[in-house]
Each structure stands twice: as C-alpha cells, then as structure tokens.
Design a binder for this molecule. Structure first.
Ligand code: NDP
Length: 317
C-alpha cells in the first residue's frame, strides 16, 4: 500500500440516503457512523493499519473523522498520524472530509494546558492544526465544562475561533445540561449556532437520555453524536470468551477487566440471541439501538481493524 497513490472508491457516495443524517437543523450532513481516532491511531499503532482503516472508512462514505488534542499514545500522536495521512492520501479530498478536534483535558504542563480558558483553547487548536497539516477544522469542541473559568470566556473563544476561520462550526462535549443551555443561548446570540453535542450514549450508559440532554438538543435543532456507542468494545463479541491480548481491556487503562462481570456476560448472551434473530452481530444490534434514539445524528465508533469497521458500517445497508 505504501507507494500506491490512493484513489478513493467511485462508489463512496452511491448510498447517500442510507448513509447520512442531517445534523440538527444545520446545513451539514454527517454519516450515521463516524470514525473516532481516540485509540488505535497513535504512534503506538502500526501506520499502515491506521491508513487501511481510514481509507476503508472514506471509501464507504464515512466522511467524518473525530479527534481531540490528546488522542493517541503519546497524546497528540493520533492527530500527527492524520497529518501524515493527509499528505499521503487525503489532501485531494479535503473538501469532502468533516474533521473535528477538541480541547479540554490535560495536554501540556503548567497553568494553560487544560480546561476552558481562551488561552488554552486558542493555543491548543493551533497545535492541532499543525499536527494535522490542516488550515482549519470543520468542527471544534470544548471537550469538557470548566467550572473555574467564566462560561462566557470559553464560549467567546469558540465564537472567535470561528470568526478567525480556524473552525467552521463549534461543538460542546460532556457539558452538564444547565451549562449546555447557557452555552447554546450564548452561541446563538453571537451568530455561531451550536452545531452538535458529543456525549457518551450506549445500551449500558443512557445518561444523555436520562438527563434530558438528547431531548434538549432535538428541541433546539442541535445535532447529537454518540461516543463509545459500543461501550469501548464491551457491547461486541470481543470479550465473550475471555480478554484477547490485543484488546483495549488487556491494557487495563481506559477499559478495565473488572467491567467483564457475570452480569455483563449474561446481558451479552441475551443480546447475542436477539441479534442473531434479526440477522445481526452484537455490535450491530448495539449501534442500531443508539441510532434509533430520536435526536441522534451519528454513532462515533472506534476500530482496531478494517474487519471491525466493516462489521459496524454494515448497519447502513
Ligand atoms: P466504541 O464504543 O465504538 O469502541 C471501540 C472499540 O470497540 C474498538 O477499539 C474495538 O476494540 C471494539 N470494536 C469496535 N467494533 C467492533 C466490532 N465490530 N467487533 C468487535 N469489537 C469491536 O468507541 P470508542 O470508545 O473507541 O470511542 C469512539 C470515539 O468516540 C473515539 O475515537 C473518540 O473520537 C470519541 N470519544 C469521545 C469522548 C469525549 O469525551 N468526547 C470520550 C471517548 C470517545 P479493540 O480496540 O479492543 O479491538
């Protein structure tokens, strides 16, 4: 693959109507399944595998790739991998891609390397653009709410980032409902309407529904993108028979083995039976459940192989 010029599949937009959803009441269409670069795309992952997964996604109409400043091991290296992918394969397709990044969590030492100050958000986005070899991102998020920074400072930084042309749209991730309401109002009043909210939603974690966030987004015409829709791999067949050595759980960091309880395995066996009855895999059943929630624009999946992604996007028909 190394020396072959990449030509994207001519079939990539053949199934437009089954692949895309409108993002809230905006002009943007997003694929119902988007690809996240949190794990499996850093300097610790084989470049050619990352490249194969990314090419496969784009060849199948998956136009939205999601990043944050700190993704990859070491932090930032997923964006660096993408910069290389831009140079090697995707530069001719820049206008067909919808690239997001975020800032909020710890990225560098000292007082300006995390949370929600204007100083941190602006500097972090500049660093992300350099790593990704991009002039602008399509979407920039505040990755978490900062209770110690005036909310107006964070929001005005988002407004100004759009005005400066460094992002086309802004998003909010992981903010509580009350602050989300204030944020959406502020952004609307400053003519930079909130495009999308990113929150964790899957069959095992329904907080955005229970807390009213999904309803709020739907009523306000804000899109909703669900991260970890497979609960980091728990809602797949990955852990049915043990903990594979190459799995996220084997690393015992973000997904620890204490999550693999007898209750979870019972639940998975029931889900497997339900999935089989409808001709699906457990992962497909779990993704479809999220997509079926009213107001959900897209499920944001991770993948460590082309096979996994292939399995996941099969729900698009
Ligand atoms: P998922 O819940 O989709 O989990 C992905 C993992 O599940 C894969 O890495 C793989 O595990 C396993 N998997 C995926 N498909 C299959 C399959 N078909 N069969 C078997 N196993 C499968 O999502 P993530 O937790 O990776 O999150 C997705 C994205 O969401 C992130 O990349 C990021 O962009 C975003 N995110 C945002 C957050 C935020 O705070 N805003 C927080 C977390 C994520 P394995 O690697 O072990 O093979």
């Amino acid at each position: 693959m190394e020396n072959q010029v990449y030509l994207a599949s001519n079939e990539r937009y053949a199934k437009m109507s089954s692949i895309y959803n409108r993002c809230g009441r905006s002009g943007v269409l997003l694929p119902k399944v988007s690809l996240g670069f949190w794990h499996n795309f850093g300097a610790d992952a084989p470049y050619e595998r990352s490249r194969a997964i990314t090419r496969f996604a784009f060849d199948h109409g998956i136009t939205h790739f999601d990043f944050a400043n700190n993704y990859g091991v070491p932090a930032g290296s997923a964006e660096t991998t993408f910069g290389r992918l831009m140079d090697d394969d995707f530069r001719p397709y820049r206008d067909e891609l919808f690239i997001s990044s975020k800032a909020g969590y710890l990225m560098w030492d000292g007082p300006y390397g995390e949370w929600g100050s204007r100083k941190y958000l602006m500097s972090s986005l500049d660093q992300s653009l350099k790593r990704m070899h991009l002039d602008y991102v399509d979407l920039f998020y505040s990755h978490r709410y900062d209770p110690n920074t005036p909310i107006e400072e964070t929001l005005q930084a988002l407004v100004d980032i759009v005005r400066m042309g460094k992002a086309l749209y802004v998003g909010i991730s992981n903010w509580p409902l009350e602050q989300l309401r204030l944020g959406a109002k502020y952004l609307k009043e400053h003519d930079v309407p909130l495009l999308i909210y990113q929150g964790r939603l899957n069959m095992l974690n329904r907080e955005p529904i229970e807390e009213g966030i999904l309803d709020f987004c739907r009523e306000e015409g804000i899109g909703f993108i669900a991260y970890s829709p497979l609960a980091q791999g728990l809602l797949t067949d990955r852990y049915l028979d043990g903990i594979p050595a190459d799995s996220r759980m084997a690393k015992e960091h973000f997904l620890t083995s204490d999550r693999r309880t007898p209750e979870l395995l019972d639940y998975l066996h029931q889900l497997e039976a339900q999935a089989k009855a409808s001709g699906r895999t457990i992962a497909q059943e779990a993704l479809q459940w999220v997509l079926d929630q009213q107001g959900v624009t897209s499920v944001l999946v991770g993948a460590s192989s082309v096979e996994q992604l292939k399995n996941n996007i099969a729900i698009l028909g």
